[in-house]
Design a protein around this ligand. Structure first.
Ligand SMILES: *Cc1c(COP(=O)(O)O)cnc(C)c1O
Length: 375
């Protein structure tokens, strides 16, 4: 079995047998011809169901996570929704208190009205997870490191609890990536990704994916939702994500190395109240992160001394780091998370979330220092 860096470059890529083209082409056709006898010319029929570009992307995504299959979606949120829609009225989901706000919206505001039930727990507390699981629990959703306070959940421990009760574990591994956190090997049944972020890596394609350890009845329901509802990536979007995969390992490792350096330096700065980064030995989840992550990720949250206005003022002074939501691209981004999440947000007022990109980490640090100390 080749190693992840090799898989990222080669999975789903072979020179075109007709032309020898080394870079994959893009097949835009929505429909696929049949022979005179009615047989399809290839395995393709209609593009909502399958397209050549989606197929090779899914093959590569499954290989990179060492999963059985992958399903590509039009966004990370569409991938999340497919997991919950594969459940039935009366089924129960355990959701972490600190989860991507869109995940909560899909599960509670939309599917709650359809009779899907849920409990929200602090997943750092394994006894709370144990208490929350009921005979109706079908999925325990994990997000680690979490958004935006980077809490760390012990994936193997949660999987052991869920499996004892016959529930599946799905991990939103967007921030860990298959390079930093091997969630299927840690006991998860499903890995979910917003491939909009590190997989695509260039801030130019919205997309998502699920990777499964088992091809079972649940997975066949996920496939029916994917192909039946059609929240799928276009051929060009699939091609962009597939291209991004080739450099994902190298980009991600560099971004993680920069983030560790920057977080370590910022943690020494008394002008900040807290620096949240699981790679810091002072982070409450560091020991678990060190056990289950190969790299600590490239997301840092800082809490300034002061209120929301003070945090917004610090972000306003930055010259190099762009003020924008999202993450995982080559360029560093910063946002006042509470402004993005809106009035129901539980994110601290003084928190800024930073996505470390591929710039020289010293340039990023100098930009942060000048903003923190002159605003
Ligand atoms: C961005 C993100 C999502 C949502 O993905 P979209 O591609 O924007 O739909 C879900 N989870 C995490 C952790 C994210 O960062």
């Amino acid at each position: 079995m080749p190693r992840p860096d090799t898989i990222a470059v080669h999975a789903g890529r072979t020179a075109d047998p007709q032309t020898g083209a080394v870079a994959p082409g893009i097949v835009l056709s929505t429909t696929f011809a049949r022979h005179a006898d009615g047989q399809l010319v290839s395995e393709y029929l209609y593009s909502r169901e399958r397209t050549p570009n989606r197929s090779v992307l899914e093959e590569a995504l499954a290989a990179l996570d060492d999963g059985r299959e992958a399903a590509a979606f039009a966004s990370g949120s569409a991938a999340t929704a497919a997991v919950f829609m594969a459940l039935s009225t009366g089924d129960h989901v355990v959701l972490p208190a600190d989860a991507y706000y869109g995940t909560r919206k899909i599960l509670i505001d939309v599917l709650g009205r359809w009779g899907l039930r849920h409990s929200v727990v602090d997943m750092r507390d394994l006894e709370a997870v144990e208490r929350a699981v009921t005979p109706a629990t079908k999925v325990v959703w994990v997000e680690t490191p979490s958004n935006p306070t980077l809490t760390v959940t012990d994936i193997s421990a949660v999987a052991a609890i869920a499996h004892k009760h016959g529930a599946k574990v799905a991990v939103d591994n967007t921030w860990g990536t298959p390079i930093g956190q091997r969630v299927l090997q840690l006991g998860a049944d499903l890995a979910m990704y917003s491939t909009t972020k590190y997989h695509g890596g260039h801030t130019d394609v919205l997309s998502g994916a699920l990777v499964t350890r088992d091809v079972d009845e649940f997975w066949s329901r996920v496939r029916t939702i994917q192909t039946g509802f059609g929240a799928v990536p276009s051929p060009f979007d699939a091609w962009l994500v597939h291209r991004g995969l080739a450099s994902l390992p190298t980009r991600f490792r560099q971004q993680c190395a920069s983030a560790l350096h920057i977080a370590t330096e910022l943690a020494k700065d008394s002008a900040l109240e807290v620096v949240h980064y699981p790679g810091l030995v002072t982070h409450p989840g560091h020991a678990i992160a060190a056990r289950q992550m190969l790299h600590f990720g490239a997301m840092i949250s800082i809490q300034v001394r002061g209120d929301a206005q003070r945090a917004i003022a610090v972000a306003g002074k930055l010259k190099l780091i762009t003020r924008a939501t999202s993450l995982g691209g080559v360029e560093s981004l910063i946002e006042h998370r509470k402004t993005t999440e809106g009035p129901t947000s539980t994110t601290p007022d003084n928190l800024l979330r930073i996505s470390i990109g591929l710039e020289d980490p010293l340039d990023l640090l100098e930009d942060l220092w000048q903003a923190i100390h002159t605003s």
